[in-house]
Design a protein around this ligand. Structure first.
Ligand SMILES: *Cc1c(COP(=O)(O)O)cnc(C)c1O
Length: 366
């Protein structure tokens, strides 16, 4: 067998492709002498709004803060918020940090995104918000959730941190609910060179509240309407993000090509179903296996790096012991034991994908 090593993600390849462009953007930002909430951030917010098709974008410090500030703007304190347990921890933290009660529901067994039927079972008059997470890059089934939310006067907050550029029934994620949150963490499909995040919405009032909340709750300099935080996207990151946004569709297309090659080459391996009414941007390429520990160590011994997103559902985390409410979480618990994420990024080479497929086949034969 060949001895090539296949990294899970290699951002040095991104830097080799267009790092010179990014450095120029940084130089311009540095030379401007202005570093917080100035021209670059405003321009990026405008361009991101155009890309998603919403009226407002508000750049913040991280995806976690985007979720926190969106929940604060909605006002979830003392109310229930329905979220999938099969997600990154921040989705739940944003609820609890705002004094809300997370209600953990199951995911659909085909797509691994929040199950609308489970949402329907748990919605009630206490529900302030429902959070579809567009997990792995595939939009959740949002339309039935919007209907349920409308009937109960609840807000829909999209967690689109893994799905920049994907669409549901023709519309971009981020434009589907009342407000949406994106992480711009370096490994995300649209990633900064440090921490960053963004909130998007069409709602004037929510936009205003998030804009104030990211700057200490200020409506104007030294006038504070409520207690906010300091959570701003900085000019240097915004300058780089503006360039990267122009490349996002092309890079997502390359991810889809990598996924198509995996689909071809991985025989009899189970992966989440991609529904016809959605486009997938493959933040992650996830497969299921019966014996994860053995599978991962076999791949590792053969030079293939893997990760797990995520090994322990939120409701089973120590931080969430006795916190919130729980529905039936049997799909979540089964999936969490079986999933493995294979190397996936726009710079994956054909020989690397072939190598991964060979090693996976070798494991099945062993
Ligand atoms: C990455 C991620 C977050 C958190 O974003 P940060 O920028 O790391 O704070 C939240 N939700 C999901 C689904 C994510 O993947």
């Amino acid at each position: 067998m060949s001895s090539i090593r296949v990294p899970f993600l290699d951002l040095q390849r991104e830097y080799s492709e267009y790092g010179n462009k990014l450095v120029k953007k940084v130089q311009t930002a540095l030379a401007s002498g202005r570093f917080i909430l100035d021209e670059e951030t405003a321009a990026f917010e405008g361009e991101f709004s155009t890309y998603i098709g919403t009226n407002y974008s508000i750049g913040v410090n991280s995806g976690s803060d985007a979720l926190y500030l969106a929940m604060q703007a909605i006002g979830v304190e003392g109310h229930e918020v329905i979220i999938p347990s099969h997600t990154f921890i921040s989705t739940a933290d944003a609820v609890v940090r705002n004094g809300g009660i997370p209600v953990f529901v199951d995911v659909d067994p085909e797509t691994y995104t929040i199950d609308p039927e489970a949402v329907a079972e748990h919605v009630n008059n206490e529900t302030a918000a429902i959070v579809p997470v567009h997990l792995y890059g595939q939009p959740a089934d949002v339309d039935p959730i919007l209907e349920i939310a409308e009937e109960h006067d609840a807000a829909v907050v999209e967690d689109a941190s893994q799905a920049h550029g994907s669409t549901y029934r023709g519309d971009p994620v981020g434009s589907l609910g009342d407000i949406a949150c994106f992480s711009l963490y370096p490994t995300k499909n649209l990633g900064a060179y440090g921490d960053a995040g963004i909130v998007v919405t069409d709602d004037d009032d929510l936009a205003e509240r998030v804009s104030m909340a990211r700057e200490y709750g200020a409506s104007e300099k030294y006038r504070y309407e409520f207690v906010g935080v300091n959570s701003r996207l900085d000019e240097i990151q915004a300058a780089m993000l503006r360039y990267k946004l122009t490349r996002l569709d092309e890079l997502n297309e390359r991810r889809r090509e990598v996924a198509a090659s995996y689909d071809d080459l991985l025989d009899g391996v189970s992966t989440p179903t991609v529904e016809d009414d959605r486009t997938h941007v493959y933040h992650l390429y996830v497969v299921e296996t019966d014996d994860r520990e053995e599978f991962r160590s076999y791949l590792d011994n053969h030079g293939v790096q893997t990760l797990v997103h995520y090994p322990t559902p939120v409701h089973e985390q120590p931080a969430y012991e006795g916190v919130g409410k729980r529905g039936d979480l049997s799909v979540t618990e089964r999936v969490a034991d079986r999933i493995v994420s294979l190397p996936m990024h726009p710079w994956c080479r054909e020989e690397e994908i072939a190598r991964v497929a060979d090693v996976v086949a070798g494991f099945d034969d062993a």
